[in-house]
Design a protein around this ligand. Structure first.
Ligand code: 2HG
Ligand code: ZN
Length: 482
């Protein structure tokens, strides 16, 4: 059993000791300063916190955690606050302390020969990518929120994103990790070894644990060579089936060239081009669906453009692709990516939406989209399915925007009905109810049904062993015990 969530509210004495330890820039206690840390990006959760800690380094954090642990106070780690499932938002009790590592934002070193980067948790993913690029290398992890998302959160949630199809999820990039454990001790696993079979790979336990086992403070990440050529194209297709035919054609040509393969429904694209300033469709006509494909290679003298055009020509001839535009400059490539990356923002502007970050075997994506669209339309007339996402990984954001004119609160009141309807179909297709966004506060209720007794009990035993008093991110991942 998970330890009961019986955390204590912080006393004035504890807050004073934390303030003495962290200094004035290391602690916020004023309610207006704390407020931004208490609401998630989607505005689904409005929690309260007794304080926000902003430690300057691992030793400081470790001491602060030891003080909180001794006092039985719960802690909620927060990075860039970009969670889609409320995974970094404190609950409404006002007893939790939010801990934000944004001051720990140094890229400590990049080793060109090892192809590794040692980096602190508070560096944004974008800044990490830039540092790798400046060193002539590439950090091959890219997500829509990379300008705000921080490395600590990216690793704690095992982020996936646009390049998973080629390089894997965050987990695959982590060689070493430093973690402050719930009692304030420090697990120093900052090793940059490709081979290290010395017992349990503990670092992988923390990756994807959603802050329930400790604070990831720094990491050694595996880098890749920087591509010498990149080509991107936006293709108009009839549906997800055609998108997969196109995917198979690129894979058949050379799977090692595919850096991203993203699907967008016509409905999703329509929202982006209508609601996001500066986003416009570079094709003559709107289509039922689109693919954004990106090829990249570090090889010298590779004719990547010819490779792209070769597949597209075959697909035009076969009628799989009805129109396409190839980026002629870096500016145009970024403009194509804007159409994809602004999907979340466009849906936010369109009103309330219910997000289903699901995965199924790649071959079953078309059936997922067809069946889930029909089921949701039957559930709520006027609901607007706007699926998009990482079709090359079988990961679709099967998002549904509220019917025009409906009160957003009325729509959100039905979120479990909608999520359960989609999840039932996902399950029949051998998929997962959360592909890359995690469980957070939104989906713990699904865990017992989806994770067998033995699996969930094992997770709980691990949690209890590392965090026996249930102080780490208590509202996240696990359904309430009992
Ligand atoms: C993306 O792929 C993100 O853009 C956000 O994972 C997806 O809004 C979403 O559901
Ligand atoms: Zn995504």
């Amino acid at each position: 059993m998970t330890a009961p969530q019986s955390s204590a509210p912080p006393t004035a004495d504890l807050l004073a000791r934390l303030a003495a330890l962290l200094g004035p820039s290391g602690i916020l206690t004023d309610s207006s300063d704390i407020a931004p840390y208490c609401t998630d990006w989607r505005s689904l959760y409005h929690g309260r916190a007794a304080a926000v800690l902003r430690p300057a380094g691992t030793a400081e954090l470790a001491q602060a955690v030891a003080l909180c642990a001794e006092a039985g106070v719960a802690m909620v780690p927060q990075g860039g606050n970009t969670s889609m499932v409320g995974g970094a938002t404190p609950d409404e009790s006002g007893r939790d302390i939010v801990v934000c590592l944004s001051r720990m934002n140094r890229v400590r070193r990049i080793d060109p020969l090892d192809h590794t980067m040692e980096i602190e948790a508070g560096v944004t993913l974008k800044a990490a990518q830039d540092a790798a690029r400046d060193a002539g290398l590439m950090l091959p992890l890219s997500i829509s929120s990379e300008g705000s998302a921080q490395i600590g959160g990216v690793l704690a949630t095992n982020a996936g994103g646009n390049n998973t199809v080629r390089y894997g999820n965050a987990r695959e990039l982590v060689l070493g990790l430093e973690v402050v454990l719930p009692d304030g001790s420090v697990f120093n696993g900052l090793r940059r070894l490709r081979k290290d079979n010395t017992g349990y790979a503990l670092r992988q336990l923390f990756v994807g644990s959603e802050g329930t086992l400790g604070f990831i403070t720094s990491a050694i990440l595996q880098l890749q060579p920087q591509p010498r050529a990149v080509e991107a194209a936006l293709c108009a297709v009839a549906d997800a089936s055609a998108a997969l035919t196109l995917f198979a054609a690129f894979r058949d040509q050379d799977p090692a060239l595919i850096q991203a393969f993203e699907y967008m429904s016509g409905a999703g694209m329509e929202l982006v081009t209508r609601l996001v300033p500066g986003a416009s469709l570079p094709l003559a006509e709107a289509a039922p669906a689109y693919v954004l494909v990106e090829l990249a290679t570090p090889r010298r003298n590779a004719d990547l453009r010819a490779a792209l055009e070769d597949v597209l020509a075959g697909m035009f001839e076969a009628g799989t692709v009805s129109d396409a535009v190839i980026a002629e400059s870096e500016g145009q490539r970024l403009a194509l990516w804007k159409l994809r990356e602004e999907h979340a923002e466009a849906q936010r502007r369109a009103g309330a939406s219910v997000k289903n970050d699901v995965s199924v075997p790649v071959s079953r994506v078309p059936e997922l989209i067809d069946r889930a669209s029909a089921a949701c339309a039957a559930l709520i007339p006027g609901i607007r399915p706007a699926p998009f996402g990482h079709i090359g990984d079988g990961n679709i954001h099967f998002n549904l925007v509220q019917p025009e004119g409906m009160d957003p609160a009325d729509f959100l009141a039905q979120d479990h009905r909608i999520m359960d309807t989609v999840a039932a179909i996902v399950r029949e297709l051998d998929g997962s109810f959360s592909a890359e966004h995690g469980v957070g506060r939104l989906k713990p209720y699904m865990m017992p049904d989806w994770r067998g007794d033995a699996e969930l009990a094992t997770m709980r035993r691990i949690k209890d062993a590392i965090d026996p008093h249930g102080l780490m991110n208590p509202a996240t991942l696990f359904p309430p015990a009992g």
